[in-house]
Design a protein around this ligand. Sequence first.
Ligand code: ATP
Ligand code: MG
Length: 358
Amino acid sequence: MNLFGTGNAEKKRQPNVAGISNSLGIDLGTLNTVIAKPSGDKFDLYQIPSVVAVKKEDATSVLAVGEEAKLMLGRTPEDIIALRPLKKGVIESVAQAQALLVKAMEIGIKKGESVGRIVIGIPGDASEVEKQAAEKIGLKAGADYVLVISEGLAAAIGAGLPIAEPDGTMVVDIGAGSTDLVVISLGGITDIETVRYGGDDIDNNIVDIVKEKYNVGIGIHDAEAAKIKVGMIHCSEDLEILTTEVIGKSAETNRPKKIIIDSVLVADAAEPVMKQIIDGLNLVLERLSPELITGVFNNSVAVGGSSQLRGLRERICDELSVPVTISEDPMTVVAKGAAIVAAEPRALEPEVRLKAMK
Ligand SMILES: Nc1ncnc2c1ncn2[C@@H]1O[C@H](COP(=O)(O)OP(=O)(O)OP(=O)(O)O)[C@@H](O)[C@H]1O
Ligand SMILES: [Mg+2]
């Protein structure tokens, strides 16, 4: 038996999004905000960094959002700060998150046109207060109708998983700030475990390891770029060891110094995060009823930017015997799923609203 499966989970269902205008799906992520707008039987997709620049003395006075604000991160004049409104997947600064949503809507909807329905993906373990805050932000930003939906459920819908079946499916969403493990059956969430670790933690660990090993300080963006270029997860497969050069600052000489980062260093940096994810998955499997195990075995998908690390799929299979498929569009699938819900009139019905969040 091929434990890794053939990746059939993604091919099941094509969304019917024809003819719906001015509805948007928005994935408000820690690092990236993704906007999906139904267009014919496809989506127009946009992505902006989840960064907002504000005046230091008045954090509600927004100066720049997205790409422009990202350029200011770490380089702002003293009276300006560039910040991320979400921490570990959760909205931390309401006014700035709203600015991000306004920008997202401006990008998705043409000037002069009214904003119809928007569906916002938020972490599945968000509290009632956090859900209401997200809804309020959407309404204040100008939408006629706002639904918040668990990112895991949105991802499952976007990936075309058979969510309405009683058999069960599982989504493993490994983002920048957090990882959501979500089991779905009969159109609703049956279990969820959130691990507050993701790609950002791997980047921080790379910086720490490089400091310890070479006594060289490197920037967090260089650490992330190296991770994306050569990254891997320790697993039973023999993966190719890649290398990349990074320039840092020697703590001994205060001079620039070239160092080599290889796949093993990144895998070491990812290991504590991977352990947390495996622990979380173990808890989910422990709680899983035997009725859902076949569905989870046949239909588990990993999404989120960090799911692209080489060896991740193999490692999860090594440790848990669950053959996850890595999504083909891991960073846009939540927004796509949210857009499908936005374009679906039944999303307005109370029972669907209830099912959208556990
Ligand atoms: N090819 C890649 N290999 C490994 N990691 C990657 C790759 N591409 C992106 N990433 C990482 O994925 C993360 C961003 O993923 P994503 O956009 O899904 O996060 P997010 O939705 O903003 O965060 P969260 O879901 O935690 O709120 C970052 O940590 C980024 O470094
Ligand atoms: Mg995310």
